[in-house]
Write a protein that binds this ligand. Structure first.
Ligand code: UDP
Ligand code: MG
Length: 326
């Protein structure tokens, strides 16, 4: 039987690109349904991440247009990762597999054919990997390269050049739902789920319309989130750094003592001032990193809900639970 496929699309102030995106996605889904690659119960779930423009009215009118569209509104802007999670966690009750993709058509929708093929072969997770990034700006490309390098150096395993364009089976989504951390970094969590996985290569296009919703500030906080949610390596680096500095200062002390004993001690103003600055800076850095983790503990123990669904417009019946889940 053809699987029920859900496309999950987070949308934040995307009024400019939505008319085009909805048309392209709808045509793709309809052609897949006609070819019996997917079930007619498949849906395009558009998640409005607390937009301030006319995104929500557009989603409502799309739903009026065709039952293929489902719309979900978050009560507040919670960021791409949480919006995506909200969509996926809803979709898992209705679908056999869900594909997450951006609203700006940068991810080539034709790669879904490849995703479905691998899913048919028994993969639970299929990653969309960008073949090359020459449509991105030089700035975006180089920052992204540094991002992956840093992530891997800091001990978070991610699939290189894979953004959040991926297929996940219902089983994988169920496992994802058990990850209850509130600092969610999907790209790091999904590889941890395990199961059989594969990659499908695609070319990334330019944003179809509108502007990027990921300015530098958001990108940096995303990278920081990724590293600190996934590894304690920064803490270890600090410990090692602390040991090295301590060792050097012991040597320095010995040197100072010896020079005092031999009577050639002229305490240099530069040395004092620079060491004050250096140590001060180092201590502040260490405090900052510790604070980062304490902040995380703080937000984790609060167990706040990661999103709130304000409204869900969807015509479909939830799937029966499988025996394993009962
Ligand atoms: N997005 C979101 N909430 C946000 C920021 C972005 O749901 O707070 C969505 C956005 O609508 C888009 C996707 O996340 O569908 C990726 O954003 P964008 O394409 O602007 O990022 P870029 O490709 O420039 O990194
Ligand atoms: Mg984009």
């Amino acid at each position: 039987m053809a699987p029920i496929l859900y496309l999950v699309v987070p949308c934040y102030n995307e009024e400019q690109v939505l008319p085009l995106t909805s048309r392209v996605l709808r045509e793709k889904m309809e052609s897949l349904i006609t070819r019996s690659s997917i079930s007619p119960d498949s849906r395009i779930l558009l998640v409005d991440d607390g937009s301030r423009d006319s995104t929500w009215p557009i989603l409502c009118s799309l739903r009026q247009e065709s039952p293929l569209f489902a719309a979900m509104k978050l009560s507040h802007n919670r960021g791409h990762q949480n919006a995506l999670l909200a969509g996926l966690m809803t979709a898992r009750h209705y679908c056999d597999a869900a594909v997450s993709l951006d609203a700006d058509l940068q991810d080539d929708i034709e790669a879904v054919d490849g995703f479905l093929e691998k899913f048919g072969e028994g993969c639970d997770v299929v990653y969309g990997v960008r073949r090359k990034r020459d449509t991105d700006t030089v700035f975006k490309r180089s920052t992204a390269r540094w991002f992956y390098k840093l992530m891997n150096a800091m001990g978070a395993e991610t699939v290189e050049n894979h953004a959040d364009y991926r297929l996940m089976s219902r089983r994988a989504l169920e496992s994802l739902s058990e990850y209850e951390e509130s600092n969610l970094f999907l790209r790091g969590v999904v590889p941890l789920i395990g199961y059989r996985s594969d990659v499908v290569y695609y070319d990334r296009a330019e944003r179809a319309a509108g502007t990027s919703k990921y300015p530098l500030g958001k990108m940096l906080s995303f990278a920081l989130e990724g590293i600190t949610s996934f590894s304690v390596r920064p803490l270890r680096i600090i410990t090692v750094l602390g040991m090295i500095v301590a060792l050097i200062s012991v040597l320095g002390l010995l040197y100072a003592l010896i020079s005092k004993l031999v009577g050639s001690a002229v305490a240099g103003w530069t040395a004092i001032v620079s060491s004050i600055w250096f140590l001060g800076g180092l201590q502040m850095l260490c405090l900052g990193v510790c604070g980062e983790y304490i902040g995380k503990i703080y937000s984790e123990v609060k167990h706040r809900p990661r999103y709130t669904v304000e409204q869900l417009l969807l015509t479909a019946n939830p799937l029966e639970k499988t025996e394993e889940e009962n």
